[in-house]
Design a protein around this ligand. Structure first.
Ligand SMILES: *Cc1c(COP(=O)(O)O)cnc(C)c1O
Length: 423
């Protein structure tokens, strides 16, 4: 097909860490039988191509031409050296950041929204349903549906729906509909409202609503913006580009990688190609997942099978979890308010391939402000957790260490969240 942008450095394949894990990932289980899930169990919600990616152990999977061509509108995303931040910190370590805020939605999420919409359209689906927290995922899927001629219906966590109207307006500009969750449009939403009419909502609740609607409409499928294996796969474009860019910068390896984690997709995408390289080639990159102390899924959750949603409609996933009925406080980094964690990220932590820290919201914003005042980019509230982790580490880093920050998005639509932290 005709390339919209000619750019040979967009990766041609996605990388799958499931090919290199020293032990296989524990399978997803059927919520009723607790037996490993078969492809047919997922067919009402997902297209077969994505189901096959979900269970694939192939190391590389080819990116379809049209998807790659859309990626090329903003990919490869830049890798930048944070010299002014280094100076401000007085560190002799070299700090880089991989900036995903250059996508049309302002975050890494279109990396998976585009292929998810594309594979659904290939199988004749015209409508996608989904949930969104802060709104970045809803906006990203709305963008993908607009570019691929589909429609999209989004359930947004109530607290964010009320406090972040710009994301909803972004979805509407792209031609999608956005409802607050819980809503009275679904059975599960009505049940949750009956229990607690003033609930701020949660991703778990919104997932139940979006899944219910897709399951009842043969033209519709459900789409999830994080957590699942095929999402980690799509996001691997970030880390694969990073490997090439570090080499171009003359760096032998990233010594430390910091990324924020909500469901785990931007950090998984950034770090899995590097972890794969550790496992295959003996590099020694250390990866640190930075989560909010208000929703400490890895550092304080249990590693066990749990549901992805509140109503118990989703498969059981082996993951770090605070419990599927956990309702996190309405913190500013709405994209990090999820009770669970990607099974692949959880497995990597469990195998000692990655570690995790919890970051206080105040420390995160202080680091975000310092980053804005030195590097110019205002990080998304989520991304400030990764900045804080890296800044704290850089203060005691050895000279010549290479530190990489996953800057998952920009905070321009989240400026109100910075209020009170700019003094
Ligand atoms: C959604 C979001 C996150 C959290 O999701 P992950 O799946 O953990 O990446 C982080 N940063 C930004 C900018 C987001 O929009």
């Amino acid at each position: 097909m005709d390339r919209e942008v000619i750019n040979s450095s967009v990766p041609s394949h996605w990388y799958n860490l499931n090919a290199d894990f020293p032990e296989p990932l524990p399978p997803a289980l059927h919520p009723g039988t607790r037996e490993p899930l078969g492809p047919e169990d997922l067919a009402p919600l997902f297209p077969m191509a994505l189901i096959m990616q979900e269970v694939s152990t192939e190391r590389y999977i080819e990116i379809p031409d049209e998807v790659r061509s859309i990626y090329a509108k903003w990919r490869p995303s830049p890798l930048l050296r944070a010299r002014r931040l280094e100076q401000a910190l007085g560190t002799e370590a070299r700090i880089y950041y991989k900036y995903e805020g250059v996508s049309p939605a302002g975050s890494h999420k279109p990396n998976t929204a585009i292929p998810q919409a594309w594979y659904n359209r290939e199988e004749g689906i015209t409508r996608l349903t989904t949930e969104t927290g802060a709104g970045q995922w809803g906006a990203s899927l709305a963008l993908a549906c607009a570019l691929l001629g589909m429609t999209c219906e989004v359930w947004q966590v109530r607290s964010s729906y009320d406090s972040k109207p710009y994301r909803r307006q972004q979805m509407e500009v792209y031609g999608s509909a956005c409802h607050p969750s819980p809503s009275d449009l679904t059975e599960s939403g009505r049940a949750m409202l009956a229990k607690d009419p003033d609930t701020p909502g949660s991703l778990g609740m919104a997932i139940s609503e979006a899944v219910e609607v897709a399951a009842n409409d043969p033209q519709a499928h459900y789409s999830l913006g994080s957590v699942l294996n095929h999402v980690m796969l799509h996001q691997s474009v970030i880390g694969q580009e990073l490997l090439v860019q570090l080499e171009t910068a003359g760096e032998a390896q990233a010594d430390m990688v910091f990324g924020c984690v909500g469901g785990g997709s931007n950090l998984g995408g950034l770090s899995f190609p590097l972890i794969g390289q550790n496992l295959r080639e003996g590099t020694t990159t250390e990866v640190v997942a930075c989560e909010p102390s208000a929703c400490p899924t890895i550092t304080e959750g249990e590693y066990r099978y749990d549901f992805g949603d509140v109503a118990g409609l989703t498969p059981l996933l082996k993951m770090h979890t605070l419990g599927s009925d956990f309702v996190p406080p309405p913190i500013h980094a709405g994209g990090l308010r999820y009770h669970g964690m990607a099974p692949m990220v959880s497995h990597a932590v469990n195998l000692g391939l990655m570690s995790a820290i919890a970051v206080d919201q105040d420390d995160a914003f202080a680091a975000g402000v310092q980053f804005a005042r030195t590097e110019g980019i205002i990080p998304a509230p989520e991304s400030t957790h990764a900045v804080a982790g890296a800044v704290e580490y850089a203060k005691r880093a050895a000279a010549d260490e290479v530190i990489v920050i996953g800057l998952s998005g920009n905070g321009v639509l989240d400026l109100p969240a910075y209020q009170g932290y700019t003094g």
